[in-house]
Ligand binder design. Structure first.
Ligand SMILES: C[S@@+](CC[C@H](N)C(=O)[O-])C[C@H]1O[C@@H](n2cnc3c(N)ncnc32)[C@H](O)[C@@H]1O
Length: 421
């Protein structure tokens, strides 16, 4: 039983401390972060970083807002990455045996044709499309998929081809073994959906947790791109929003959204608007509007501005894939370009791994984010004046990095405060 040194903090500061430790290279990624019944979390620490953390009072003041932080020894639990490594090894062994019983010799090409990452939804594992491409696998026949599922510790197996370019961003997922109904529990919220009909982005977990930490009591929130409720549900279940208007035009996602609202017992505080959000017949009611669409939610900016309360204003949470791969003078135009096929397909990969190791952006990236945020703030102030009347001030409250989407392209969220003058 291996014990590892860990930082113990109240759960509400877990994310902030994780980011802090990660930025110092002190978070031990071999082990998982553990939640405890006393409301604390423990974050495993790289032993050689312990001397740097000697002075816990600094961390306590600057990150945990005065709450107690202590170093404890905790029984180690392997991280998802370590578990994945172990699964990969088991899979190689099982496939070697199976191929040799079909007279095929194992080689390095076969090894590199195995999935490098996958998504897990309970007993269903989703692999990417760039694996099992060699003809040798055909020798095994459909038994191959039971071996792969078993090797990866699952009962069902699916393969994501890409996120389609239709307006619903439906994933092109094919089932290789078993049925496609999925249950996913995240931060005590239960989501059910059909994996072949609705998308579920693992990479947005940090944003879901951030929303869950907001205090939205008494607020009316509009979620313009609700999907199956990825953000709508944290607003209702954890942030305590008084009411959420959830807009979605994909009938399959709407069906799953309504079911998820019921499963989490929050249907009475949510109105689902099925259809194109640009035609939403509402205005002047929202304290917050969530615009969770990438690569860009720009088409939703006018409706979002119309929805904000005219007496007090409110906050827009604007998602965007921002590219720093072009000269910064051209960032705005580039930022709104749709992602290439390759980038869309990459969304199917295991973003748990990416989000744990995600670079927080280089200096150039951050400059591009700032330029885009400033352009957006100016544009929204103009839209507010045109659509809601009077003069408005927009203020960049925060820029949140959600995930690295592709080289030089980052998914970010701008929190834009909009105030009528
Ligand atoms: C990428 S999903 C985002 C879901 C969730 N916000 C997230 O980030 O995980 C975008 C959702 O917005 C929906 N959508 C896109 N454009 C829309 C529009 N104009 N009106 C209503 N729904 C729309 C799509 O059908 C899809 O379910």
């Amino acid at each position: 039983m291996k014990m590892v040194p860990s930082l113990k903090v109240p759960q509400r500061y877990g994310q902030l401390c994780r980011k802090h430790l990660q930025s110092k290279g002190a978070l031990d990624l071999r082990y998982s972060i553990q939640k405890h019944s006393d409301g604390t979390v423990t974050l495993p620490i790289v032993p050689s970083s312990l001397p740097q953390l000697d002075d816990l009072s600094t961390l306590q003041c600057s990150v945990a807002h005065g709450s107690k932080c202590e170093i404890v020894q905790i029984q180690a639990q392997p991280s998802k990455k370590e578990k994945a490594k172990c699964c990969s090894e088991k899979l190689v062994e099982a496939l070697q045996d199976q191929l040799s019983s079909h007279g095929v010799r194992w080689n390095e090409d076969l090894k590199s044709d195995l999935p490098q990452s996958w998504q897990r939804h309970g007993d269903l594992v989703v692999i990417g499309e760039n694996c099992f491409t060699l003809p040798a696998w055909k020798n095994i026949g459909i038994e191959l998929w039971s071996t792969v599922a078993h090797g990866l510790g699952a009962k069902r197996l699916a393969q994501i081809k890409q996120i389609s370019k239709d307006c619903f961003r439906t994933p092109l997922v094919i089932m290789l073994l078993g049925d496609s109904h999925v249950t996913h529990v995240d931060n005590k919220i239960r989501y059910e959906f059909d994996i072949t009909k609705c998308m579920f982005s693992f990479g947005n977990i940090t944003e879901k947790l951030r929303i869950a930490s907001f205090n939205c009591s008494g607020e009316t929130v509009v979620d313009l791109y609700a999907g199956i409720g990825y953000f709508t549900l944290p607003y209702l279940v954890h942030a305590g929003a008084a009411h959420v208007h959830a807009c979605e035009w994909n009938p399959d996602a709407v069906k799953a959204l309504k079911r998820n609202l019921q499963l989490n017992k929050v249907s009475d505080r949510c109105t689902v608007h099925q259809g194109d959000n640009r035609k939403l017949p509402l205005e002047d009611l929202a304290d917050r509007v969530n615009l969770g669409l990438i690569p860009s939610s720009e088409e939703g900016w006018p409706v979002a501005c119309r929805l904000l309360r005219r007496d007090t204003g409110g906050v827009l949470h604007i998602h965007q894939n921002v590219s720093s791969a072009v000269p910064s003078t051209d960032t705005r135009r580039q930022a709104a370009l749709p992602a290439s096929d390759e980038q869309i397909a990459a969304e199917g990969e295991d973003k748990t791994r990416v989000s744990l190791n995600a670079p927080r952006g280089s200096h150039r990236d951050r400059e591009a984010w700032r330029t885009w945020a400033e352009d957006t703030a100016t544009r929204c102030a103009e839209l507010l004046t045109d659509l809601a009347g009077g003069a408005w001030r927009t203020h960049i409250m925060h820029i949140e990095h959600v995930k690295s989407y592709a080289p030089h392209i980052h998914h970010i969220v701008l929190d834009l405060e909009c105030t009528p003058l």
